[in-house]
Each structure stands twice: as structure tokens, then as C-alpha cells.
Design a protein around this ligand. Structure first.
Ligand code: GLU
Length: 277
């Protein structure tokens, strides 16, 4: 009798231990937990001048990089303890869901469909979709002039590509690549007639190829840039929202913008208000 009872007790303790370890070990760490361990992995773009760029010497520059670093600092992590990881448009949700990054700062529009999979702090910037064409082009002036089967390039998994499909697909031949830099090369060599994405991204490419490429048309969407992070990581989201507020309030936001995007001639807008949804 005595033996039986202790065996039963032992099994009970083992079962409890299994449940406890499954709870403790499952799921990726929250951004705040990673920061407490002294390190953050942050998803950015590698090929967007002024926003997220990996330089030939391996350093990273751009407005998104500055926002990412400011937030990291507020979470207690200094730049040398950040690992940047490339986050192409179509991979951002997956990188967050799999816990491969702690957060994403990569011209990442806050949209309802993305909110099904990830959460967003911010917005920290509001851009708008526009068009990039060769400088000598005169017939493309906005989205409605893309009729007659014009070839338009955008990036897989991006909000602008989806907008074109939803609103203009009948008249436009949309070609989707993995990155905007691939679209820009296709535009430069004449394989496509225009590239579409956010005006602030296009301004960076136009500045890189002056006299060769230009941005046309008024912005025809609103793209609020958020910091993407794991769904239900509410503690990190609240802290990141506070960091964005501080970045705007203490002048760092404006300084970061002027030091990065400023060179393209893109006019600095009024900073947005953080949306604590
Ligand atoms: N902001 C848009 C988006 O999140 C376009 C820029 C991008 O693809 O990174 O889809």
C-alpha cells in the first residue's frame, strides 16, 4: 500500500515537471526578455537607401536603423549588442512568428491583415505609395496612367503590390520581385516601365541615380510604418511605443530623419501620433 502510494506520487510529480517545462520552454522570448538577456536581433531592409541599408563595410545606415537602435537603447541594449537580420517584405511576419527576430523596423506598414499574425508598435512614420520612372518618361504621371499594359514592378508580400492588384490589376502588368533594388535595376535597364512602393523609399533610389530616375504622382495611399513584434507581446509593445514617443519628443526623430532620408530631398513631415490600439 505504502509503495503504491509513493509510486503514484512520483508519477504525479513527473507529469507536473513535464507540463512545467513545456510551458517555460515553448514559444520565442519576448523582445523585453531578449533585451534583459542583453541582446536583440532586429529585422531591417538591406537595400533601401536612407531607410535600411547594408553598406559595403558591413555597417548599417538609415532611418529604420536609427529607430531600431533608439528603441533598443530604451530597452537597455547598446548598438554593439544588436544583430541586424535582413527582413525582405514577404518574410517579415514569418521572421517574427518564428522568433528569428525580436522586432522588425523595415518600412513595415501597419495593416489589418498583418495584424492577424503580428502586433505593431507605432506608427513612427507615415509614407504614401507613389511611382518611380525613368527621368525622361513623360506619359506616366500617376497610377491611372499605367493603362495600356504598362509593366509595373513591385515587391512580393508588400502592401503596394496588393494595392495594385486590388485597384489597378486589369490594366497593368504587375511584375513582382523579392526586393525593390531588383525592381530598380529592371527599371534602369528598361525591362519595366515603373516601380511602385512608398514615396520615401522611391526618393532614396531617385537620389542614388540623379538625372536617371524620378518619383512621379501624388502619394495615393497612406502607409503607417510600425515596429512589428510577436502577437500578444503587450509588454514589449507598450515599451516600444513609449520609446517612439520619446524619440519624437526629445528631437532624436527629427535628427535621425535629417541625417538619413534628408539627403534625398524628401520633405520631413510632422511626426505621427503613436496608436496604442
Ligand atoms: N510599406 C509597404 C509595406 O510594408 C511597402 C514597403 C515594403 O515593402 O517594405 O509593404
Amino acid at each position: 500500500m505504502q509503495i503504491h502510494r509513493s509510486v503514484r506520487l512520483g508519477i504525479g510529480v513527473m507529469a507536473l515537471a513535464v507540463v512545467a517545462s513545456a510551458c517555460g520552454g515553448s514559444g520565442p522570448k519576448s523582445a523585453v526578455e531578449s533585451a534583459a538577456d542583453g541582446h536583440l536581433t532586429i529585422g531591417i531592409k538591406y537595400d533601401q537607401p536612407g531607410l535600411g541599408l547594408r553598406n559595403p563595410d558591413g555597417s548599417f545606415t538609415g532611418f529604420d536603423v536609427e529607430v531600431a537602435k533608439y528603441v533598443a537603447d530604451k530597452l537597455g541594449v547598446s548598438p554593439e549588442n544588436i544583430t541586424f537580420k535582413e527582413a525582405p517584405s514577404a518574410q517579415r511576419e514569418t521572421l517574427i512568428e518564428n522568433g528569428e527576430v525580436d522586432y522588425v523596423a523595415a518600412t513595415y506598414s501597419i495593416t489589418d491583415s498583418r495584424k492577424q499574425k503580428v502586433d505593431f508598435a507605432g506608427p513612427y512614420f507615415i509614407a504614401g505609395q507613389s511611382l518611380l520612372v525613368q527621368s525622361d518618361n513623360t506619359d506616366i504621371t500617376g497610377p491611372t496612367s499605367l493603362n495600356d499594359g504598362k509593366k509595373l514592378c513591385s515587391v512580393t508580400g508588400s502592401a503596394p503590390a496588393q494595392t495594385v492588384k486590388d485597384r489597378y490589376a486589369r490594366d497593368v502588368q504587375l511584375q513582382e520581385f523579392d526586393t525593390y533594388s531588383a525592381c530598380v535595376e529592371a527599371l534602369r535597364n528598361g525591362a519595366v516601365d515603373a516601380v511602385t512602393t512608398d514615396d520615401i523609399i522611391l526618393a532614396g533610389y531617385a537620389a542614388r541615380y540623379p538625372g536617371e530616375l524620378k518619383v512621379v504622382g501624388e502619394p495615393f495611399t497612406e502607409e503607417p510604418y510600425g515596429i512589428g513584434l510577436a502577437k500578444t507581446d503587450d509588454e514589449s509593445r507598450a515599451k516600444i511605443n513609449d520609446a517612439i514617443d520619446e524619440m519624437i519628443a526629445d528631437g532624436s526623430w527629427e535628427r535621425a530623419f535629417n541625417d538619413t532620408v534628408g539627403a534625398s530631398g524628401y520633405q520631413i513631415p510632422t511626426p505621427p501620433t503613436v496608436d496604442r490600439y
